[in-house]
Write a protein that binds this ligand. Structure first.
Ligand code: ZN
Length: 62
């Protein structure tokens, strides 16, 4: 299986926002690693771009 076809990424459930380590296939399908879908039963995910910013936004810091 050639590298580059599948991108490892973080993905969040569109329904409940649970975050999973996932694979993004070249056709755009996102699938959590090691499980068929989200704990809530959804299989719709959105990727979370890892651009150096925290996945979970920090609250205001005084
Ligand atoms: Zn979910």
């Amino acid at each position: 299986m050639p590298n580059g076809e599948i991108e490892r990424t973080l993905a969040a459930c569109r329904t409940c926002d649970s975050v999973y380590a996932s694979r993004k296939w070249s056709d755009g399908t996102i699938q959590p690693i090691g499980r068929p879908g989200c704990q809530c039963g959804s299989t719709q995910f959105r990727t979370i771009k890892n651009t150096g910013t925290p996945v979970i936004p920090e609250k205001k810091i005084k």
